[in-house]
Every structure is written in C-alpha cells, then in structure tokens.
Design a protein around this ligand. Structure first.
Ligand code: MN
Length: 255
C-alpha cells in the first residue's frame, strides 16, 4: 500500500493536527510500504537549523517520529510545498525521509503517477509565481539561510501573513490550477495520473488530453479535527479519514 498526503501545515499552533499526524505515523502509516508527503508538511520552515532551536523542540519531535516510522520499514518521501520550501538535507537525514524533486514521476509495474505539490501549475497567480521563482533561486536561498534563525522565523511569519492577506483578494480561479498549464503538464508527463495538493480542494478530476483520459487526484488539507490520506493498493485509490480519538464516555450516572 502506498499513501499520499499533503498540506498538513504542522505548527505548534495546531496541536490537533500534530496529534492526528503523530498517531497516524505510529498507526496506519506502519502498514504502508511507502508514504509520500506532497508538500506543506510544515506551516513554515525557516531552515534546517530549526532542528537545533533550544527554545522549541517541535521540529525535532516531528522529525524523530518520522524517523521512527522509517526505521520500522515504511519508506518516507517528502516534496517541498510553498510553505516548507527550505526543507533540506539535514532534515532528510534526521527524519529518514527522501526529499523528492517536484514534479516526481513514480513508475510502478502496473501504473504511472506524477507527483507534485501543485503550486507551480497555479499560473494565473502571477504574484505568487514571481515569489516562487525568487525563493527557489540558489542565491536567494543562500542569502536567506545566512541570516540568524530568529530573523528567519520572523520573516517566515511575515510571509505567512502576507500570503493570507493576498489570498483574500485573489479570485478562486487564480488560486486553482490553470487548465491549459495542467493539460500541457499531463502531456509532458506521458498522461500519467497526477496526484497533488496545495489547493485544499480535494477532488478527483478527469482530463481529456489529446483524446486520452487522464486522472487528477487532489489531496485534502488537514484540519484540527480531521486528517486524510489517499491510499493506493495497486489497483485503486481510497481516501482514508483520520479522526481524533474520542474521549472515553462515562456510563450514565457515573459523574
Ligand atoms: Mn501549498
């Protein structure tokens, strides 16, 4: 079984999501051969030295639980999202995860998939594409990572606020994948089944590209009260909800 998930946006400010994810890592993920986290595992990632922050063990705790899963025999693969695009080699080493390029073609004997966070295909959002090009440039990354951790944490928080504010001004169209860019992407990737996240609009789409039927599966974002992964059993997909464990109910009259 392969699992695909994305857009957890883990942060110390969302303890419910963290709980769901850690329970998943210790539970259902163990029965998967591999899990693929397709971006935005973290709400923000200021750099891999977040793992050394004496003030905050959140990053270490998550990396170590991923490592426990990897050590149990489940492969862990992670793609960058638009929030955690600075995840690097030290994170990969500590967590036991493999960092995948975006897009990544996953060829299985029975089927071909192409995995992506999805933000690169939101080409109607020119401001965002300019930002994306900037932060992915090696020179920008090197200069940013040379700044002190506290300064980068503040910059990441400011970026987040700006992105939330600009999201409110943008049309629904600009926040979704561009149809022509998506068709072209599917064509260039041999009409493989596309799995992506980013838009927070879980759905199954059917594309007809050059007369060929192509599937596109959009992963769900995680909420405090609900997580989700998409499972591939070698033949078909199924979505699995992850819900908080209910507090034990007291028998009537026992209070
Ligand atoms: Mn995203």
């Amino acid at each position: 079984m392969l699992h695909f998930l994305s857009d957890l946006h883990l942060s110390p400010d969302a303890p419910g999501i963290t709980r769901l994810f850690l329970d998943y890592l210790a539970g259902e993920a163990r029965s998967a051969e591999r899990i693929f986290i397709l971006g935005d595992l973290f709400e923000a990632w200021p750099g891999d030295d977040a793992l050394d922050d004496p003030e905050d063990d959140f990053a270490r705790a998550v990396a170590d639980r991923l490592r426990a899963l990897a050590d149990s025999g489940t492969g862990v693969a992670v793609q960058h999202g638009n929030r955690d695009f600075l995840l690097g080699d030290r994170f990969a080493e500590r967590s036991g995860a493999t960092l995948l390029p975006d897009p990544y073609v996953l060829s299985l004997p029975a089927w071909q998939f192409v995995l992506s966070h999805g933000d690169a295909l939101c080409t109607d959002d020119a401001d965002y594409q300019a930002f994306r090009a900037q932060v992915r440039a090696p020179a920008w990354r090197a200069a940013f990572l040379a700044r002190p951790l506290a300064e980068r944490q503040a910059a990441a928080a400011a970026m987040r606020l700006r992105s939330e504010a600009s999201k409110r001004e943008k049309t629904a169209q600009a926040m979704d994948l561009n149809a022509a860019a998506t068709d072209d992407f599917l064509r260039r990737h041999g009409y493989a089944t596309l799995i992506h996240g980013h838009t927070h609009r879980p759905a199954e789409h059917d594309h007809l590209v050059d007369g060929i039927h192509v599937e596109r599966w959009v992963l769900a974002d995680w909420r405090e009260e609900r997580g989700e992964y998409l499972a591939w059993d070698g033949h078909r997909f199924a979505r699995h909800a992850l819900l908080p464990v209910a507090a034990p109910r007291l028998p009537a009259g026992a209070r």
